[in-house]
Design a protein around this ligand. Structure first.
Ligand code: PGA
Length: 250
C-alpha cells in the first residue's frame, strides 16, 4: 500500500482561478512522484473544474451527506461526489464536529454511505486539549472508533478505509503532536481494530496523522512513527511546501 498524503484545503482558496492554479502547480511539482498516493480535497464548488485535471493527483470531498438525494437543502451526497470524480471523502473532521454539530452517530452514517458507493472514507478522530490533559485520549479515541464504525463489517472496513488521527489541539496551531506520541496512538488504534476486526483487517487500514504537518516534520511521522499517510491543512495551500511534504515521505 502506498502512503496516502491528503491536502485538506478547507474553505480555501477564494476563487475558481486560484483553485485551478494551485492544483496545476501542485501536479507539476510532483509529476515524477509515483511512490505516494496524493489527494486534494477542495471545497465542493471547485470539484467539477478539477475533475478533468485529476490524474497523478486525485480529488476527494471534505464532507458529504449520507442520503443519495432528496429534500436536504445545502447538502451534497456521496453519489454526487463519485460522479465528480472523487475517490476519497474526509468524514468527521473535528471542524465539522465543532462547528456543524457532527456526532459519532452522524459520522457512522456517512462512513457507511461512503463505503457503500465504493469511495474511500478518511475517518477523522482526535481528542481535545482538555480531554488530553484529563488523560482521556485513549477513551475518547476508542469511543469515536467504536461508534464511527458501528455496524460496519470486516470486508467493508478492509476495503479502503483510512483513519486519520488528528489531535484537535494540534490542528492549525503550529504545535504538532510529538512523533513518539503519534506512534503510541497509532499502535493503540491498530490494536483496537485488531481486537474488533482481527489482525488481517488492521493490516489493510492506513493510519494517517494530521495537525500542523509541514515540510520539515512530515518525514518523521512516516519514517519514525510509521504512519501510512498525512492529512495536511494549512501547508497544503502552498504547492511547493505540499510537494516537499509528499517527497519527504518517500
Ligand atoms: P493543519 O490542519 O495542517 O492546518 O493543522 C490539518 C487538518 O485540519 O486536517
Amino acid at each position: 500500500m502506498k502512503n496516502l498524503i491528503v491536502a485538506n484545503w478547507k474553505m480555501n482558496p477564494g476563487t475558481v482561478k486560484d483553485a485551478e492554479n494551485l492544483f496545476d502547480s501542485l501536479k507539476k511539482e510532483i509529476k515524477e512522484v509515483k511512490e505516494v498516493e496524493a489527494v486534494v480535497c477542495p471545497p465542493f464548488v471547485y470539484l467539477s473544474g478539477l475533475k478533468s485535471k485529476a490524474d497523478n493527483v486525485k480529488i476527494g470531498g471534505q464532507n458529504c451527506f449520507w442520503e443519495e438525494k432528496g429534500a436536504y437543502t445545502g447538502e451534497v451526497s456521496f453519489l454526487m461526489l463519485k460522479d465528480l470524480g472523487c475517490s476519497y471523502v474526509i468524514v468527521g473532521h473535528s471542524e465539522r464536529r465543532k462547528y456543524f454539530s457532527e456526532t459519532n452517530e452522524t459520522v457512522n452514517k456517512k462512513i457507511k454511505a461512503v463505503l457503500k458507493t465504493g469511495l474511500n472514507p478518511i475517518f477523522c478522530i482526535g481528542e481535545t486539549q482538555e480531554e488530553r490533559s484529563a488523560g482521556k485520549t485513549e477513551a475518547i479515541l476508542k469511543q469515536q472508533i467504536i461508534s464511527g464504525l458501528g455496524g460496519i463489517k470486516d470486508n467493508e472496513v478492509s476495503n479502503g478505509l483510512a483513519i486519520a488521527y488528528e489531535p484537535v489541539w494540534a490542528i492549525g496551531t503550529g504545535n504538532p503532536c510529538d512523533t513518539a506520541e503519534a506512534k503510541k496512538v497509532k499502535d493503540f488504534i491498530l490494536g483496537l481494530i485488531s481486537e474488533v476486526y482481527g489482525e488481517a483487517v488492521s493490516k489493510k487500514i492506513r493510519i494517517l496523522y494530521g495537525g500542523s504537518v509541514n515540510g520539515k516534520n512530515a518525514r518523521s511521522y512516516i519514517k519514525e512513527a510509521e504512519l501510512q499517510g498525512l492529512l495536511v491543512g494549512g501547508a497544503s495551500l502552498d504547492a511547493e511546501e505540499f510537494a516537499e511534504i509528499v517527497r519527504s515521505t518517500i
